[in-house]
Design a protein around this ligand. Structure first.
Ligand code: FAD
Ligand code: DLZ
Ligand code: SF4
Length: 500
């Protein structure tokens, strides 16, 4: 009788994982802490802590359930420190004749595992069914479509799952309440206090508490302030569920069903619940579909030809631009920033400066505790940098300081003015914005959604345009960049002392 080794990866910590569900009695379950995974980008120390604490607790839980579990610790003297080699070493040690694994979340591991399918000790890959859709489902939906737009994918998802549906129609009479979700923060709005957990208690119970807390205190206001940015609250009304979802401690189905129930029980309005479900049932599944159907070419795309290295302040927050300073500080403090900070502050700035995709993607992968390549890459390369030529977004998410001023209270604390385009006090986003449009006229001018803005640019007096160009160029010439990884206080990379 076959004796399989079941390799469970750091982001596969779900009892419902297909390989665990189908485990024969003689299977050996293996989880491995390995230096290769901990060091290929300089992961934020919170991210390393989260992965290892969650993996250790999950191994404990599996043992309690009666599984035979081998846990490779970072400190084990015989640890090979590569997932592939460590699994193969352990398979030999335990006399296993095959290695079973659920599809990993990163192409590089998937490819390495595919290549071992015909090895003497064969690897068997199983489809990951913890999502609403498989890559094959996405391929089928994408077949024959010229444009792979989220909105159409999301409507199909609603129909397929029945979430927020009644008699085949969307509840509330509309598919999408995005227009009701753009309120800036005003006055003395009170934010919910985020729950705090100790690392060593990062168990299912803690994540249950996070989920309960969000549903009780944040969901009702999620929609209205979804696009807002605030000086005083790091989290606003966002759920902070991404890390728990991505490593497998929560399932997207249970989260969406719980949110839907709040609407049915009249405890949260439709715009909030629909907006929240759209992020998970729509965006999260959509970016995963894109990732698996477009890789490995997707990672090499750079349609606007960006070449700049990452600005150095992305590692240490040393900048006078207050919105960026706060976004980097919050990121380094918490391993978290909400979507609009990632997209419209750090992302927008990188887009306007032309930061090359590999440099920006490595940064997002390193600094956020929820970062897994299948979700990080399409968001960064596609949504932020428009490097996929518009597959993910119909136009680049570029914006001037005026947008940041409208959506946040950062500008009140900044030495720059969002209302000035040139001069010493001018907000750098403003000249960079027009400079970006000039630089990429060839690729963007024909885009119907950019017509209006190119119209404004073309109506500008030539001397004003020239002054803006000069202002932006001078700024870019002086912008310090970092060719390697910086030494921020919280991105630890891997060292035995700090992570074991
Ligand atoms: P909420 O605002 O409360 O949203 C609820 C859930 O919806 C999230 O937990 C997440 O699972 C899902 N979601 C929301 N937006 C997206 C999206 N655009 N793509 C996929 N899922 C989404 N998300 C990650 O999970 N991992 C990443 O590595 C990641 N990298 C990103 C990089 C960039 C440049 C950008 C612009 C976005 C990135 N996102 C990533 C998406 C999004 O910013 C985070 O999911 C969100 O900020 C997590 O916070 P939250 O749980 O409080 O989300
Ligand atoms: C992100 C991460 C880290 C830091 N460490 C490990 C690890 O030691 N062992 C492991 O199995 N996974 C780790 N991960 C997650 C992986 O890098 C990778 O994203 C997933 O395994 C892909 O499914
Ligand atoms: Fe950011 Fe410009 Fe506002 Fe300063 S003025 S906070 S740089 S948008």
């Amino acid at each position: 009788m076959s004796k399989p080794l079941l390799l469970v990866l750091g982001d596969q910590l779900s009892s419902s994982l297909v390989t665990l569900r189908q485990a024969p009695d003689n299977a050996v379950v293996v989880l491995c802490e390995v230096a290769d995974e901990a060091s290929y980008v300089p992961h934020h120390s919170h991210k390393l802590g989260l992965f290892f604490a969650a993996m250790r607790h999950f191994a404990y839980q599996l043992r309690q359930q009666g599984f035979e579990v081998h846990y490779s610790n970072l400190d084990d003297a015989d640890n090979c420190h590569s997932l592939i080699r460590e699994a193969e070493r352990l398979a030999q040690l335990y006399g296993c004749d095959e290695i079973r694994v659920t599809r990993p979340g990163e192409w590089r591991l998937y490819e390495a595992m595919l290549n071992r399918q015909t090895a003497e000790l064969p690897w068997r890959l199983h489809e990951d069914d913890r999502f609403f859709t498989t890559p094959d489902d996405f391929s089928q939906w994408a077949e024959g479509r010229k444009l792979l737009r989220l909105e159409y994918f999301y409507r199909e998802q609603r129909k397929r799952t029945g979430l927020l549906m009644e008699d085949n129609e969307p509840m509330g009479g509309q598919w999408n309440f995005d227009h009701d979700n753009r309120e800036p923060i005003k006055g003395d709005l009170a934010f919910p206090t985020p729950p705090r957990h100790h690392y060593e208690k990062m168990t299912q119970a803690a994540f249950d508490a996070v989920k309960r807390h969000f549903l009780d205190h944040c969901l009702s206001d999620f929609g209205r302030y979804q696009d807002a940015i605030s000086e005083s609250s790091n989290f606003l009304f966002h759920s902070r569920l991404s890390a728990a979802l991505n490593i497998g401690l929560l399932s997207p189905q249970e989260v969406c069903q719980a949110a839907e129930q709040r609407y049915l029980d009249e405890q949260a309005p439709i715009n909030a619940v629909e907006g929240f479900i759209r992020q998970i049932l729509g965006w999260r599944e959509y970016v995963r579909g894109l990732y698996w159907t477009q890789m490995p070419d997707y990672k090499r795309r750079n349609s606007l030809g960006f070449e700049r290295d990452l600005p150095a302040f992305y590692w240490d927050a040393k900048t006078d631009m207050h919105c960026l300073k706060r976004a980097v500080e919050m990121t380094m403090d918490n391993g978290y920033a909400h979507h609009i900070q990632r997209l419209m502050v750090t992302g927008n700035f990188a887009l306007l400066c032309g930061v090359k995709p590999e440099a920006l993607c490595d940064w997002y992968l390193a600094v956020y505790i929820d970062a897994c390549e299948w979700v990080e890459l399409p968001n960064t390369l596609g949504m932020v940098l428009h490097a996929d030529g518009g597959q993910m977004g119909s136009k680049p998410y570029c914006a001037s300081g005026k947008y940041i001023n409208k959506m946040s209270d950062h500008c009140q604390h900044c030495r720059y003015s969002p209302n000035q385009v040139t001069g010493e006090k001018a907000c750098p986003f403003n000249s960079l914005y027009w400079h970006f449009l000039e630089q990429h006229r060839g690729s963007l001018q024909q885009n119907p959604r950019m017509k209006l803005i190119y119209g404004s640019l073309d109506r500008m007096a030539p001397d004003k345009r020239s002054a803006i160009h000069q202002q932006a160029q001078q700024f870019l010439d002086q912008l310090e960049t970092s060719t390697g990884y910086g030494q921020p206080h919280h991105t630890a990379g891997y060292t035995k002392e700090t992570t074991s």
